[in-house]
Ligand binder design. Structure first.
Ligand code: MOS
Length: 732
């Protein structure tokens, strides 16, 4: 189904099932421990052996030899595969670092061997007997030291992009020089780890030359193609299955060493092998959100009209790796005639930098929205009002290109009212509550809404059950539930008549879970397939599908009503389709918006920061399931608190690795850190996003929150910290 114009009325608009705060279908399985995660799928293949991964102890260099004699002689050991046993393997989708094979080490904890044994304990014990002889080389590990010489990344939009790689509109330098009020500040954000609860894990089994991977992955079609490419086997010989994913946050967008090594180990051992990356291996062996150094310049007239805005960011990565696109939102969020955005990328020999929840916007909004707070103070204008004055309804880089729907102003106004913003003292450091200095802060929230092809198959059987099959994943987001709600609405059945099967590469390829594009696109694909199924049911009954309505488990036309079970009596009715958008996103800018409001307390003696309450008001099109969407947003808000106050991978700049590579050293917020969160969704639809009229929220909840926290800390204390996370040592 091609979708490229605003949707009219359609069956989803009935909102009998869609739009309700239905409990997560998978919730009871997950909370009772009965949802099998990849490593726990004991029943999918018999005789599973255990693999244990050995990571390199150097950051860069060459493996000269690997002595496996002692490991192979250890009790229970079935096989040892070392990186010298296989040639350098290919790269998968969005993957820049060598996962295995060959003698080159690109980063610390790159996999150099996998030991396979009868039990996990035997594999682990033997892994410590593997002796790796590696010759280290000097590497570059310090972003700050490399920043000045980092080359520009050429802007992808050809128009207005100069030889320096910057994207320009008007004359930024001239307008900034003439602006009566200016701000020029630099902000730094830390390397961050996804820290999802379920580690990367895979069970691999070969049947002749056919490989099945039971794994934990966000993007099944990518995973299937990547594994085929990495191992050099035909794609049709690979099956990937990932029905439950215990969190991903972008760390499972692609296949990692667990999948590749499980496949190689299973081949070597001649039986199925399961491999989980241990927690201490994950931060250095897999990917992370790269640190950034960001410079923001804003020029404005005294009435608060932005006349010049520039945002430049430098980050680092391995050769061939990409930049953290931290300036993206600054192209779109505020009006201003003269603009400049630019990215630079340093070569670092740290582990692979890659997507983590809201890549680009998450650290970019932290810098931009603190800069906006600083600028509002310089102007003597309320920060809510300053943002409202600079709202835009068109893409400021291409004024002929409108936002499909944009109500940032509504989010900010309602948020200010509900949060009690008028009670904020705009002079910092004025409010005391016993031991605590209390401050209020706010920021805008912004994240793009991406449309992309997504397919599904639906079946109606003689029991009246509707079964949906797609390779879409549920990474804890509620995909099972909103897909079931969509199919129930479309086919006029109750939720308990719908079965949803996800995560299997034998199913039609969906958009997958990433970039907050999953909910809108995957359900729109199910909508498209259900439209076909409605036609097929009508055809089976010899009625015109335009005359047919589907309700209460029946299909009705004129004065005829047939139960769906009866319609399928002569055999199952199957339909498949995909949603496709053509060049829709070129013609319109689709984004999601929020107002984030935070109250903090800062201990007057210790400078400990405690978040006291948080509010997010979100404008994200139709909310398919307010309960699941709220959970996504409060999860994002929690991650925003982490970015502002805690999360940082500390770099050992001599040896080149992340030192705090476990959950004892890498701090993330826990329940006790988050006392009160409220989420309000503006009642809106975006008819241009898809037939669902919905958008993503999973990343919107994060973007801007860190800045709101930092702005609240400033309001509480009068101390402006521009280096995140904002730990208490920086406040003292
Ligand atoms: Mo997201 S970082 O695209 O899973």
């Amino acid at each position: 189904m091609k979708f490229d114009t605003p949707a009219g009325q359609n069956p989803i608009d009935q909102l009998k099932v869609v739009g309700r705060p239905t409990d997560r279908i998978d919730g009871k399985y997950k909370t009772t421990g009965t949802a099998p995660y990849a490593y726990e799928r004991h029943d999918v293949a018999e005789n599973q052996a255990y693999g244990y991964v050995v990571g390199a102890g150097i950051a860069k260099g060459t493996v000269r030899a690997v002595d496996t004699a002692a490991a192979k002689a250890a009790p229970g050991v079935l096989a040892v595969v070392t990186t010298l046993d296989v040639p350098k393997l290919g790269l998968g989708t969005m993957n820049y670092a060598n996962l295995f094979g060959g003698d080159r080490i690109q980063h610390y904890h790159q996999a150099v061997a996998v030991v396979v044994a009868e039990t996990f304990e035997q594999a682990r014990a033997a892994a410590f007997l593997v002796r790796v002889d590696a010759a280290p080389e000097a590497g570059r590990f310090d972003l700050a030291a490399e920043a000045d010489s980092a080359p520009p990344v050429k802007a992808d939009s050809g128009e207005g992009s100069g030889a320096d790689g910057a994207e320009r509109v008007g004359d930024f330098e001239g307008a900034f020089a003439q602006a009566p009020v200016t701000l020029d500040e630099t902000y730094t954000t830390a390397d961050e780890s996804h820290a999802m609860m379920e580690p990367h894990a895979t069970i691999a089994a070969w049947d002749g030359d056919r490989l099945t991977l039971w794994t934990s992955n966000q993007m099944i079609a990518w995973a299937k193609g990547s594994i085929a490419k990495i191992l050099g086997i035909p794609k049709q010989n690979v099956r990937v299955d990932s029905p439950y994913v215990g969190g991903g946050f972008g760390g499972k967008l692609f296949v990692r060493a667990d999948a590749v090594l499980a496949a190689l180990a299973a081949k070597a051992a001649g039986r199925p092998v399961k491999v989980a990356l241990t927690r201490p291996l994950i931060p250095n062996n897999t990917t992370h959100r790269p640190a950034t150094i960001q410079r923001v310049r804003i020029g404005a007239t005294p009435d608060g009209t932005i006349t010049a805005i520039a945002h430049e960011s430098v980050s680092g990565n391995l050769p061939d790796g990409g930049p953290e696109t931290a300036v993206d939102q600054t192209k779109l969020l505020y009006a201003g005639a003269n603009r400049l955005t630019a990215l630079r990328l340093a070569h670092l020999d740290l582990p692979e930098g890659n997507a983590m929840r809201a890549p680009g916007e998450a650290p970019g909004m932290l810098a931009l929205e603190v800069a906006m707070d600083e600028m509002a103070e310089k102007l003597g204008i309320d920060p809510v009002e300053f943002r409202i004055r600079n709202d835009t309804q068109v893409d400021p880089n291409q004024p002929e290109r409108p936002f499909s729907h944009r109500n940032l102003v509504g989010c900010l106004r309602l948020g200010a009212e509900r949060f009690g913003w008028d009670r904020r003292d705009r002079r910092p450091g004025q409010v005391r509550d016993g031991q605590w200095l209390v401050g209020l802060g706010m920021a805008a929230g912004f994240r793009n809404n991406l449309v992309m092809k997504s397919a599904a198959r639906v079946r109606l059987d003689a029991s009246g059950t509707v079964t949906v099959e797609t390779d879409m994943t549920d990474i804890g987001t509620g995909s099972y539930t909103i897909i079931a709600q969509t199919a129930a609405e479309m086919m006029g059945v109750s939720l308990d008549r719908v079965v949803v099967r996800l995560g299997d590469s034998d199913h039609p390829a969906a958009a997958g879970s990433g970039g907050q594009w999953g909910a809108n696109n995957a359900t729109a694909g199910v909508y498209a397939a259900c439209m076909r199924l409605r036609e097929a049911v009508a055809q089976r009954l010899g009625i015109n599908s335009a005359d047919a309505t589907f309700a209460d488990g029946e299909v009705r036309a004129g004065n005829r009503a047939v139960a769906l079970a009866v319609a399928a009596e002569a055999g199952e009715i199957v339909a498949e389709d995909a949603i496709e958008y053509g060049d829709l996103s070129k013609r319109q800018q689709q984004s999601t918006f929020a107002g984030h409001f935070v109250e903090v307390g800062v201990d007057v003696d210790t400078a400990e920061v405690r978040v006291r309450r948080m509010l997010a008001v979100c404008a994200a099109g139709r909310i398919l399931n307010p309960k699941a969407a709220r959970s996504q947003v409060i999860g994002g808000m929690t991650m925003g608190v982490g970015a502002a106050l805690m999360e940082k991978l500390s770099v050992d700049k001599r040896r080149g690795f992340f030192v705090n590579h476990d959950l004892a050293g890498y701090e993330v917020p826990v329940h006790a850190d988050i006392p009160h969160q409220e989420v309000i969704f503006l009642d809106e639809v975006d008819p241009t996003s898809s037939p669902m009229k919905a958008k993503g929220v999973g990343e919107l909840g994060l973007c801007g929150v860190g800045a709101a926290v930092a702005n609240a800390v400033y309001n509480a204390t009068g101390v402006r910290i521009r280096d995140y996370p904002l730990t208490l040592d920086k406040l003292l």
